[in-house]
Design a protein. Structure first.
Length: 239
């Protein structure tokens, strides 16, 4: 049972805090309240024990024993977003979202509304400097840098099997991009690119056929493309 039962303390530095505090006045870590899994009283996300009943906080990030920010190596804490949860760095405000949760946020309007409620304004984007590759929070391998949705302009760090790391404000920008129809535009752009590639392949096939015919006997050193060849190439482009 923790000391001063019933009193709330910052899970980062242990300083006293009130349930309504947005950040710790001692270490300036962001504070967020969650419900105790046993007595349902308020406690701070990241606390090891409930200050009211002493129950151990069972919730933890999936597969992560000690959450260290991939961006600045500071401590990360769990933030509840309705039915989902993510990790936020107590220093740089970067966020780690596991793959399943990120898909849910991208598809679920309620989850998107929870993001905008938790972070009503997005911080100014960080100026692009030298490209830095960050390690995955779970496996430690360097993540890939991807422009979300190809058109958003928000470059995130992705480990395909485990999750996504976003700098401060990037999740807000991504939700805005999605709600503004960005994913639909990205899908349409992809379809347009595929159609254009099909057109080029057909034109190349027709040109090859004309060269074969001009050779006189219908045969040339370079084999012509069959329809099956074209479709197989298109499938590989879509992967």
């Amino acid at each position: 049972m923790p000391r001063d039962a019933g009193a709330l303390h910052c899970p980062n530095c242990g300083g006293p805090a009130a349930a309504g505090d947005a950040s710790c006045k001692y270490c300036h870590a962001q504070l967020a309240t969650v419900s105790c899994p046993k007595c349902f009283a308020l406690m701070f996300a990241g606390s090891a024990y409930c200050p009211h009943c002493g129950a151990k906080a069972e919730r933890a990030a999936k597969g992560i024993a000690a959450a260290t920010c991939p961006g600045c190596r500071a401590v990360m804490q769990e933030i509840d977003l309705g039915s989902t949860a993510l990790l936020e760095c107590t220093t740089c405000r970067g966020m780690w979202i596991d793959a399943e949760t990120f898909e849910r946020v991208c598809a679920d309007r309620e989850a998107q509304a929870a993001v905008l409620h938790q972070w009503p304004t997005a911080p100014a984007p960080v100026r692009a400097g030298d490209v830095r590759y960050r390690p995955c929070l779970v496996c430690g391998k360097m993540m890939n840098r991807l422009n979300f949705g190809r058109l958003s302009g928000t470059v995130v760090d992705v480990c395909k099997g485990h999750g996504t790391f976003l700098d401060a404000g990037e999740l807000h920008h991504i939700v805005g991009f999605i709600q503004g129809g960005g994913l639909e535009r990205a899908r349409q752009r992809q379809l347009d690119d595929i159609k254009e590639e099909e057109r080029r392949l057909r034109a190349a096939q027709q040109a090859q056929g004309m060269r074969d015919t001009a050779a006189g006997d219908g045969w040339s050193a370079s084999p012509s493309w069959s329809s099956a060849d074209v479709m197989e190439l298109l499938k590989s482009l879509r992967r």
